[in-house]
Design a binder for this molecule. Structure first.
Ligand code: AQP
Length: 327
């Protein structure tokens, strides 16, 4: 039996080359291996101060970009989280099964919000909404990177407790380690991940950046002052900037970072290589984006049909949870 794969992207900023290489490209490649649900987690984008117009624009851009990146509505269900009310409704039921102490222990909450009176309550309860996102689709396995592991463990705890207390409603998913994917670091600070919500975008390549902008950002990428004959080499501790550029070339061209370094004489040559590799990856995405953006009704229809399918699939799970809880 085909397994279920669920991946959500949060519209907290413009999608980046990191999001593409680390998430969207593998998502596109796996569409035939599983029953795929690929969503825009717009509700998660409201856990910190947000501007409604910006959010609306980002959601619109995400919809088109997900298609432009190769997510295929004939093979995957594409949807927006807020178009499937079961996500928020089940989240409330699960909040009634979750303890405040558990939420207080979440590392992301401790780092981003604990102890600040103006922290949104939704940031505190965000892991419960994430548990709802997962449990509604009854996946048997959830591949998860380190930064989200604690949240998926909470989803498992909550599902187990619910099943014991109210009856066997949820599939408790196993946590699996995803194959090591590409990880792109910020060009201006290669010790931190390239992130879409980073405000100052000098080190962040956006999927819709013009080739000229890409060239400028990579030209300014942090390297080091090594001018030796083997300066262009992989050394994750001593040369994070150079290694990040090599990782980027490798991820874009399908080689290894060591192979990418082979025969590259200078940082100037490396930056030219990285620019060409990034532009070659972005060009087809941008071309498809332009074509799809000219057909907004198609995009609207894809996401409407996807949400309708999600509503259908999730309805029995939500109904079972409601009934088990006495509603
Ligand atoms: N720099 C990256 N390199 C490789 N993969 C990356 N991903 C994110 N950044 C990189 C992957 O993209 C997906 C996005 O998931 P998300 O929308 O839930 O947000 P995130 O993981 O927190 O990604 P960002 O871009 O860093 O967003 P913000 O700034 O909002 O926190 C995930 O699969 C992630 O692994």
């Amino acid at each position: 039996m085909s397994h279920t794969r669920l991946s959500l992207l949060t519209p907290s900023g413009h999608l980046t080359l990191g999001n593409y290489l680390g998430a969207l490209r593998p998502m596109a490649a796996q569409q035939d291996d599983a029953t795929c649900y690929y969503g825009i987690s717009d509700l998660h984008a409201m856990t910190t101060a947000h501007d409604p117009t910006t959010l609306r624009d980002l959601i619109a851009e995400f919809r088109v970009l997900m298609l432009a990146c190769g997510l295929d509505p004939t093979r995957a269900t594409l949807f927006r989280q807020s178009s499937v009310p079961a996500h928020a409704e089940l989240a409330y039921l699960l909040e009634c099964t979750t303890y405040v102490g558990e939420l207080n222990r979440m590392i992301q909450f401790k780092e981003k919000g604990r102890g600040r009176p103006m922290t949104r309550a939704s940031l505190h309860t965000y892991p419960v909404l994430m548990a709802s996102d997962i449990l509604l689709y009854r996946p048997t396995h959830v591949p998860v990177g380190d930064d989200q592991r604690q949240h998926v463990e909470l989803a498992r705890d909550v599902a187990q407790r619910f099943n014991l207390t109210y009856g066997p409603v949820f599939t408790v998913p196993e946590i699996t380690v995803p194959p090591a994917g590409a990880r792109v670091m910020d060009l201006a600070d290669p010790t931190r991940k390239m992130s879409k919500s980073t405000r100052e975008g000098a080190g962040v390549i956006r999927l819709l950046d013009d080739p000229d902008v890409v060239r400028r950002k990579i030209a300014r990428a942090v390297t080091d002052s090594d001018t030796g004959p083997s300066a262009v080499r992989v050394d994750r501790d001593a040369k994070p900037g150079v290694t990040n550029l090599l990782d980027l070339v490798a991820a874009c061209t399908g080689t290894s970072p060591e192979e990418a370094a082979d025969g590259v004489p200078t940082y100037g040559a490396l930056k030219k290589l990285a620019t060409d590799a990034a532009v070659a990856v972005l060009e087809p995405v941008q071309r498809r984006y332009a074509a799809l953006a000219a057909d907004p009704m198609y995009v609207e229809d894809v996401f409407a049909a996807g949400a309708a399918h999600c509503r259908e699939v999730t309805a029995p799970v939500l109904a079972a949870a409601r009934e088990a809880m006495g509603l």
